[in-house]
Design a binder for this molecule. Structure first.
Ligand SMILES: *Cc1c(COP(=O)(O)O)cnc(C)c1O
Length: 436
């Protein structure tokens, strides 16, 4: 059994528990594949990020990067925890609207926001638009001038830092599709244009240096670069940016050999560095914003599957196939992401085999996990893939016309369906038959 599963997560029958709910019961009641969230874990992560800033009494915002997992119930849950959120599309914004999420606590990201998306954001009077490029800056200037409507904006800049991570998910270095480059002066000319735009109200600068970051150094370097930029803007353009937004990317544990920092440790390091730089330069500490996504939901989510077929190639490998795969979790295929698995209905049974977990999709790359040490597996057993809460369901597709799974929230021994399982009729809902 993976040592990620504690004794408190196993019941007398040897079944895995999520939020105190028996996963075998979950599979029976809701079917599989199923994504089950331990919502107390989500709350704990959020509170971890907040704690240090709260006790220091400084101004800050935690803005959940909702692309990690965005559903109506999730926006409601983060609103219960009283934090902000980031959206990156009209679809995420719409979902937040449907959840009754306060629009003044929403920030809008993206490197190619459409006119319609910007107009929706303005209609909803969202808290802040994070401008990514000159095209967007001009569009937003035109739209706000035509409407005579003010909007808070931040500039996304690339500070030229590449935090240690997988190259597919690296966004902070200079050669990035995101943001205004600082070194070549793009960020300076962008802030000049914003300052001269009548209806764009600049509140600060934003950067996002990468993903799955396991050390505080990257954030400390980013804090320095961002504070340098803000001091420069202050001296050269007389613009005193009230906010420094350091983005997300806080690493989480997917496998036993990873040792991530706690949210508190990231917050602490960022706060200390920001305070140090502010006092050295004798300026007020700017409001610090961070945008955790994965670290809020990643470890809280577990994917439950039913085991079907087995294939053994003697001396080579044994495959165990489940009833889901890349349609509900594309990360192994896309990023070579690693996960750990347990046999949820026999969690204490002795390990007898090393197997690789195959999905049911028509792609050889459709694997969920490699070389898992598991007890004997039989058709009908429930396999749990751990820590699938971030970028799993949110990247789900209907490839091979498989319906997307259901999602449940579990807390205090109770479960609640928050996303229904897609049905076959949903799959043809948008199809238009030939008319002759
Ligand atoms: C994706 C993203 C985040 C969240 O990243 P995580 O690795 O999930 O914490 C934060 N900010 C921006 C701008 C992003 O694009």
């Amino acid at each position: 059994m993976s040592n990620q599963v504690g004794a408190s997560q196993v019941n007398d029958q040897g079944h895995l528990l999520i939020g105190g709910v028996d996963t075998v019961d979950l599979a029976k009641s809701y079917g599989t594949p199923l994504i089950a969230y331990d919502t107390a874990n989500i709350r704990q992560q959020i509170r971890g990020f907040k704690k240090i800033f709260d006790s220091a009494g400084v101004n800050y915002q935690i803005s959940y990067a909702s692309k990690a997992f965005a559903t109506v119930a999730m926006y409601q849950l983060i609103n219960q925890e009283n934090i902000n959120c980031d959206v990156v599309s009209a679809g995420e914004l719409y979902t937040a609207m449907k959840a009754g999420f306060p629009m003044n606590k929403v920030s809008f990201h993206g490197n190619n926001k459409s006119v319609d998306e910007l107009a929706l954001a303005l209609d909803q009077r969202i808290g802040c638009i994070i401008i990514d490029n000159f095209h967007e800056l001009h569009l937003l200037d035109q739209l706000t001038t035509a409407r005579k409507q003010h909007i808070n904006v931040m500039l996304r800049v690339t500070p030229g830092i590449s935090a240690h991570t997988h190259e597919y998910v690296m966004t902070g270095q200079e050669d990035s599709k995101f943001g205004f480059d600082i070194k070549s002066g793009q960020a300076d000319s962008a802030i000049k244009q914003v300052l001269s735009a009548e209806y764009l109200d600049p509140i600060g600068a934003h950067c996002h240096i990468g993903s799955q970051i396991f050390a505080t150094e990257g954030f400390i370097m980013a804090a320095q670069k961002m504070m340098d930029l803000i001091l420069k803007w202050r001296n050269e353009y007389n613009f005193d940016a009230p906010v420094v937004n350091l983005g997300g990317g806080f690493g989480i544990r997917y496998t036993d050999d990873e040792t991530p920092l706690h949210p508190e440790e990231f917050s602490q390091a960022i706060l200390e560095e920001m305070k140090k730089i502010a006092s050295k330069n004798q300026i007020n500490l700017p409001e610090i914003w961070i945008e955790p996504g994965r670290s809020i939901v990643g470890n809280a989510g577990t994917s439950l599957y039913t085991i079907g077929s087995h294939k053994e190639i003697p001396g080579v490998r044994k495959y165990v196939a489940v009833d889901g795969g890349m349609g509900d979790n594309i990360r192994p295929a896309l990023y070579q992401a690693k996960y750990e698995t347990v046999l949820a209905n026999k969690i204490n049974a002795p390990v007898t085999q090393t197997v690789s977990i195959a999905g049911k999709y028509c792609e050889s790359g459709d694997m969920l996990a490699w070389n898992q040490e598991l007890p004997d597996t039989h058709s009908g057993d429930i396999l749990a893939v751990l820590d699938t809460g971030a970028y799993g369901y949110s990247m789900a597709s209907n490839y091979n016309r498989n319906p997307r799974p259901a999602v449940v929230f579990c807390e205090n021994g109770k479960s609640q369906l928050v996303v229904k399982r897609e049905q076959l009729e949903d799959l043809t809902r948008l199809d238009v038959p030939l008319n002759n």
